[in-house]
Design a protein around this ligand. Structure first.
Ligand SMILES: [Zn+2]
Length: 255
């Protein structure tokens, strides 16, 4: 079975608009967990799609991740035990892979960032978004040079700052934070991962909106190459991506 060429559709009772491992419906828990799975789940309206993201041999077990990836091995183990009552012994857990990079930087600095990131609840008003952004800006500037963007809490803070800027329509600043997330996303979501495809698409759209057409096209192409495997060419997000990519190509032809 070749990656991206197989998917299984299931109708959901609950509408979920974004990929969220913590929302994995119980029916999908029939599949075993791996922190490095060969399948992913994406939503399309009321439908849940299970898609292969690796070539899978006959008889090979299909796996998905029940939890998010931006955690150290011990945090993943704790969450899996608390929520699903088992201990994961996948290769990533055995090798504690990327744990050192995830917690790189001064410990007292990232612990403060971790606390702030964990405190943020989805803001409901412009004023709340402004408060969130101010907090992120403060910490990001005071921690400059002390915390690499690959530190998972720093990365979550950059994501948070990007979201706040998009909500407040500060496009240039949103692109600045978004661009900084792409390297760490490549590190933590290697291969074909829906979150990386979506992040590339968001950054590509920001580049497009700021007339950075060659850069936007390059970013959108990267998003396309991942999304055709993680979402498939029929997915509505893919249609939206193709539309903006074509607009970008048309503008570049005219220049
Ligand atoms: Zn594992």
């Amino acid at each position: 079975m070749i990656k991206g060429e197989w998917q299984w559709r299931l109708r959901c009772k609950v509408l979920s608009l974004s990929f969220s491992p913590s929302n994995t419906p119980h029916s999908m828990s029939l599949l075993n967990h791996s922190c490095d799975p060969n399948c992913v789940i994406v939503f399309e309206g009321y439908q849940l799609l299970l898609r292969s993201v690796r070539d899978i041999q006959i008889g090979e077990e299909l796996t998905i991740s029940y939890i998010e990836s931006l955690m150290t091995t011990s945090e993943r183990q704790k969450q899996l035990m608390r929520q699903y009552c088992f201990e994961c012994d996948c290769l990533l857990c055995q090798n504690q892979e990327k744990d050192a990079e995830k917690l790189d930087g001064e410990e007292h600095v990232w612990k403060e960032v971790k606390d702030v990131v964990n405190e943020v609840r989805y803001p409901k008003s412009k004023e709340e978004w402004e408060q969130v952004l101010a907090r992120c800006q403060n910490l990001l500037s005071s921690n400059r040079g002390r915390l690499p963007d690959t530190n998972i809490y720093q990365l979550k803070m950059l994501d948070c700052a990007m979201d706040a800027c998009i909500n407040l329509e500060c496009w240039e600043e949103a692109l600045y934070y978004g661009s900084r997330t792409l390297g760490p996303y490549r590190l933590y979501y290697p291969g074909f991962h829906p979150l990386r495809a979506v992040q590339l698409m968001r950054v590509g759209k920001l580049q497009y909106s700021q007339d950075m057409f060659p850069q936007a096209l390059e970013t959108l192409k990267q998003a396309y190459n991942i999304m055709k495997v993680t979402h498939g060419t029929d997915h509505s997000l893919m249609q939206a991506l193709l539309e903006i990519k074509e607009q970008c190509e048309a503008i570049m032809r005219m220049q």
